[in-house]
Structures are given as C-alpha cells and as structure tokens.
Design a protein around this ligand. Structure first.
Ligand code: ITT
Length: 189
C-alpha cells in the first residue's frame, strides 16, 4: 500500500518513517494551519494531500501543552518563537515558564489524520505526559525535545536515542493505532 506523508517538517518525516518501518513518501504542501485543535489541522493537511496527489495520505499535527500556561503553546507550538529553531522555542518556553515554579506539568500530543482521495478521513491520537525542566538537555530530536522529560524517565526526549524516543513518543502512540487500523482493514480485504 502506498502512503504519502503531507509535511514540511523533515524531523517528523524521519520519525514517522522509522516508527512505521515502511517506505513512505514525504510531500510538502502549503496548508494554512488555522484550526483550533490538532484534529482540525491534521485533517486539513491530510485531506489537502490526498486530494492533490490522489493517494492515501497521512498528516501529523502535534505540539506541547503546558499545564500552567493553560495548554499553550498547543496548536501554535511550531510558531511559538521566531525563527522557530529548537533553541529559540525552548528558551522562550523556559522564559515564560519562570512563573511556573510549582507546576511544570506538560504533555506532548500528536494527532495523525489518514485521508483518502474522496475526502473520507480518520484520526488517531497519542499523548505522552511529563514535565518541563529548567534548562535544555540533550542533542537529539527537534523542537521542544531538550526540555521535556516524560513521566517515568530521568532523561529528556533529546537525551534519548532516536530509537528509544520512537518507541515511547506521542507520535509512536498515534502511529501504533494507525498501524492496527490499517492492518485490520487489510486482513479483512
Ligand atoms: P507540518 O505541519 O508541515 O507537518 P510543522 O512543524 O509545522 O510541520 P505542526 O504544525 O504539527 O508541524 O507543529 C508541531 C510543532 O510542535 C513542531 O514544529 C515542534 O516544535 C513541536 N513538536 C511536535 N512534536 C514534537 C516532538 O516529537 N519533539 C519536539 N517537538 C515537537
């Protein structure tokens, strides 16, 4: 089965390829991400890809929701700092969280939308809860990985090997559900 991934983010594409373990092609699309939820944006991106390329297409909309910031940066995670380098994103987050001494809780959310060329769509959501530490640690990954420590770990996502992050991440959880869905559909024909 041929699957396209509609994304402009090469780090996401690399993780998606690694987690799915199958060959998927990446396609860049210019889609305005103005939805209020991860679901809305993921559906918009996947549908645009499926319509344009007439192929089964997935898109990932993801981000970090910080408890003491009422869920921000949330759907605006990619554009929280300019330019949105990992250093700028993490430093801005650490700066605005100076008032969040007692509550550093956060979660990474990933919604994967699977769209068909006729517009039919399904979504799969993965969440990882954890906390934001007070400085950047680690060199792997992208985005907010250097400041996020998942529950049950002492390491940030950026201190883990990519293979380990790809086993436990929000993206891994969402894609696992997608895989089960696709597998169940293919085994019944
Ligand atoms: P596409 O929409 O083209 O796929 P994007 O980077 O704009 O790429 P999003 O709108 O979904 O994607 O924004 C997600 C942002 O959330 C991403 O740019 C990172 O800053 C952050 N993010 C998501 N998953 C992450 C992860 O696994 N590790 C670190 N940061 C992550």
């Amino acid at each position: 089965m041929k699957l396209l991934v509609a994304t402009t983010n090469k780090h996401k594409l690399k993780e998606i390829r690694h987690i799915l373990g199958v060959k998927v092609e990446g396609r860049k699309l210019n889609v305005k991400e103005n939805g209020k939820t991860f679901e809305e944006n993921a559906i918009k991106k996947a549908r645009a890809g499926a319509r344009k390329f007439k192929q089964l297409t997935i898109a990932d909309d993801s981000g970090l929701m910080v408890n003491c910031l009422d869920g921000l940066p949330g759907v605006k995670s990619a554009r929280f700092a300019t330019p949105p380098t990992p250093k700028n994103l993490c430093q801005k987050l650490l700066r605005v969280m100076r008032r969040c001494r007692a509550n550093r809780r956060a979660m990474f959310v990933c919604v994967i939308a699977l769209a068909r060329p006729d517009g039919r769509v399904r979504t799969f959501k993965g969440i990882v809860r954890g906390k934001i530490i007070e400085e950047m640690r680690g060199r792997h990954g992208f985005g907010y990985d250097p400041v996020f420590v998942p529950n049950g770990s002492k390491k940030t996502f950026a201190q883990m090997s990519p293979a380990f992050k790809n086993r436990i991440s929000h993206r891994a959880r969402a894609l696992k559900m997608l895989k089960s869905y696709l597998w169940a559909r293919s085994s019944v024909g």
